[in-house]
Design a protein around this ligand. Structure first.
Ligand code: M6R
Length: 643
């Protein structure tokens, strides 16, 4: 949600900012804008709709002063807005300027006390030109900047304080700190001020912001993909911090002005990883990358003594041994990964494990204490619901372990332990490779706990690891046999509704298949636990209704397999068209499948790593056949940074 880019250096800022915004498009947005300081003026251009509209406006206005000035700027900020307060119009698009026009602000998040602030500003005579909460911040910044400068002038004029005035560029950061202290809610703010032309100031509370460290230039952005083609050296900011960048300085303070140190990190993927690489859609590329992503997430996990290793560990082994309850909190696809994890973690560790939608967790007053382990799963590491659940858990003294794909993001930074999924950047809104790598990470967490607590011997852990090592090749095999699935997808594009059923770990796979179809094809789709059908949902089945059945291996748990077979017959008896995903060689299902999709034989707990893939391909194909953009489905944002 909302993409933010800031640049200060010697090169023309406009193209750098626009390129950065293009790389952040995946986050989801409905208007875009830029502000540049060029030729001694602060100039803005903003448009509703996609970036193309903004670029068209900039091109069409090439001859006017505004656009000419914008092109000259070497300091600039840019924004893609996902509307919250006020519709997606030119007027509400960011940047927003203060009344005197000398300050421009962009914002991601929600300023919760904006109504009060707006009333106060209006009472003081400020005229608002938009419906946004952000505009308050622009006006407050102008006001605070004037105060900071007046105080500075008074100080330098006084006989005792005048010898050494504050660095002029520091005024904007000082004013920003004061503004932040007045704001409630979640925000990342960037601001430029025409009187300090080589400065961009940023602030963050609960919303993402990272610094890119260049040579004679620096960047600020919602995530590293915005500046990855210029630098892979980044600085992670903490909660409630203000950062000032100039071409050769990065200064970080907390909201009180105390110096703070950002955490440097190097991004281990390059710009090509964030390109489509010859595919029509990022989603297709990301589906194809899954064998590699799974292999990368497994790589280097064994220590010298055969112990499993996470990426960051600030929880002692004794604390892990003391864990008596696990909660997994996550949203959407990550929640489905958590549902699979429950089966594996309970089976391997014998610790009770609950899976909760992060958005519900803290509101129901869960029972947590220092022997509870909360596992937060998030691709982006910025999902607000998950972050708030994590914070609630920490307040109750629980330990938090993050499974995350994004280095430098908030959720891993606030966790006691981190396991990174090495999926590489996931750009398509619909999560694919992140899901499979989250599953792998969950298996690793389960094995790690089992090992530390002594409920599994090293050779048992090693045996599961060997099975996991075989999964990239198994996923590759699935991908190689997807043509009939694509054909089926084109046929199903006319369906009104599609149902998904599964049992055990096949149940979350059914939920995930349905979610993919909903979000991409805008089609009614629902996943059910196969055993629940007879308690109500079976009434939905009528002649020709497509039902996708995820069948467990007949080898691992024969009883499960046979139960799902019965459920398939129940829906067939009511006219359903059955599309069956089953293990290769499972001849028993063949007579009951109108369409059979075979996957390689896989140990029961690991089957979601192969059974999910055809469902991703199917949803993608149905959506494409229905004419939808699968990378940016309507109404959705990749990174959901509001509650
Ligand atoms: O970044 P996160 O993993 O925390 O995101 C959670 C969900 O918003 C995300 O999985 C969402 O459901 C996807 N669009 C599903 O494809």
């Amino acid at each position: 949600m909302c993409g933010i880019v800031g640049y200060v250096g010697a090169r023309p800022a406009l193209s750098i900012v626009l390129d950065g915004l293009r790389r952040l498009e995946y986050r989801g947005y409905d208007s875009a804008g830029v502000a540049m300081i060029g030729d001694g003026a602060l100039l803005t251009c903003k448009r509703a709709g996609k970036l193309g509209n903004l670029e068209k406006a900039l091109t069409e206005g090439a001859a006017d002063d505004v656009t000419a000035g914008i092109a000259l700027g070497t300091t600039g900020i840019g924004h893609t807005r996902w509307a919250t307060h006020g519709g997606p119009t030119d007027r509400n698009a960011h940047p927003h300027r203060s009344t005197n026009g000398r300050v421009a602000v962009i914002h991601n998040g929600i300023i919760e006390n904006f109504a009060r602030l707006r009333a106060e500003l209006e009472a003081a005579g400020v005229e608002f030109v938009s419906d946004t909460d952000t505009e308050c911040a622009a006006h407050l910044l102008e006001h605070e900047l004037a105060s900071v400068r007046a105080e500075e002038t008074a100080r330098s004029a006084s006989p005792s304080g005048g010898a050494r005035g504050a660095e002029p560029s520091a005024g904007l950061a000082a004013a920003m700190r004061r503004v932040c202290q007045r704001l409630e809610g979640a925000f990342t703010l960037l601001a430029v001020d025409v009187d300090t032309p080589d400065v961009v100031v940023g602030a963050r509370r609960n919303s993402p912001l990272v610094v890119g460290r260049g040579q004679g230039e620096n960047y600020l952005a919602s995530d590293v993909s915005a500046f990855i083609e210029h630098t892979r050296d980044a600085v992670e900011l903490g909660q409630d911090q203000v950062v000032l960048i100039t071409p050769d300085r990065i200064e970080i303070t907390d909201f009180d002005g105390n110096e703070a140190i950002g955490k440097d990190f190097h991004v281990d993927w390059d710009a090509s990883a964030a390109e489509k690489g010859g595919y029509d859609y990022f989603m297709l590329k990301e589906i194809a990358e899954q064998p590699r992503a799974v292999a990368d997430t497994l790589r280097g996990r064994l220590g010298e003594a055969g112990e499993l290793m996470l990426d960051e560990m600030r929880i002692t082994e004794q604390d892990l041994r003391d864990v008596d309850k696990i909660f997994i909190v996550a949203c959407g696809t990550a929640y489905h990964a958590g549902l699979v994890a429950k089966y594996a973690i309970e089976h391997w560790t014998r610790i009770p494990c609950e899976v909760e939608l992060a958005s519900e967790f803290r509101y129901r007053d869960p029972v947590l204490d220092r022997s509870t382990l909360v596992v937060a799963i998030s691709q982006s590491g910025e999902t607000m619901d998950t972050l708030m659940a994590l914070r609630h858990a920490k307040e109750q003294k629980a330990r938090v372990l993050a499974i995350c794909n994004t280095n430098g993001s908030t959720i891993p930074r606030e966790s006691d332990a981190v396991l990174y999924t090495h999926a590489g950047p996931e750009v398509a809104v619909a999560s694919t490779k992140a899901f499979l790598t989250q599953l792998v990470a969950c298996y690793l967490v389960g094995l790690h706990l089992a090992q530390v607590r002594g409920v599994k011997y090293a050779d048992e852990v090693g045996a599961v690891l060997t099975q996991l090592q075989a999964m990239p090749a198994a996923i590759e095999q699935v991908l190689e046999t997807m043509e009939p699935v694509r054909e089926l997808g084109r046929e199903l594009a006319r369906a009104r509704s599609v149902l998904f059923i599964g049992r055990h770990v096949g149940y979350p796979v059914a939920l995930e298949g349905a979610l993919k179809l909903k979000e991409l094809a805008y089609m009614h789709a629902e996943g059910f636990a196969a055993g629940e059908l007879k308690h109500g949902p079976i009434a939905l089945i009528d002649e020709g209704c497509p039902v996708i059945c995820v069948v467990p291996s007949p080898v691992g748990r024969a009883v499960l397999h046979d139960k799902v077979m019965s459920n398939i017959q129940e829906v067939r008896a009511r006219g359903a068209r059955t599309i069956v995903i089953a293990e290769r060689g499972d001849e028993a299902v063949r007579p009951y499948a109108d369409h059979l999709i075979e996957v390689p034989p896989t140990p029961t707990l690991l089957t979601p790593l192969v059974t999910t893939v055809p469902l991703q391909v199917l949803a993608c194909e149905i959506a494409t056949a229905r004419g939808h953009d699968v990378d940016q489905p309507r109404n959705l944002a990749k990174s959901v940074t509001v509650e």
